[in-house]
Ligand binder design. Sequence first.
Ligand SMILES: [Ca+2]
Ligand SMILES: [Ca+2]
Length: 125
Amino acid sequence: MATLFGSPALAGDNGDGTAGCNYGEICLNYSNPGGNWQRHFWKGGNDTGYWTDVRDSHQTSTLVHDQASSLKNRDSSCDVLEVDYNGTAIRNQQWFANGASSFVGFTSAMNDKNDAHWRCRNGGV
Ligand SMILES: [Ca+2]
Ligand SMILES: [Ca+2]
């Protein structure tokens, strides 16, 4: 997948920067089965940043970390693993198949526990 905005580590991964959950993006949602508070990523990494209300692109003051309830995986090629860590060990995890057409709800174990999202089954980013 192309990196469009330089270093995600410095700039913060915000997907394609548009309100739509578009092809190639990993889209997290505050609600289940999916509402207006979303954050989009291109790459694997920590669930950083704040929710954006996609109706008006307003950034909320609510963190994405530990507050997601569903995910739409529009990655170009990979399944996505959402994880909840206990230190460096994985406490909870859930796989999301790529090419999803709608948001898929987190399991009760993962709900509001999200720490990071990783691409592909080899642990790639
Ligand atoms: Ca987007
Ligand atoms: Ca967590």
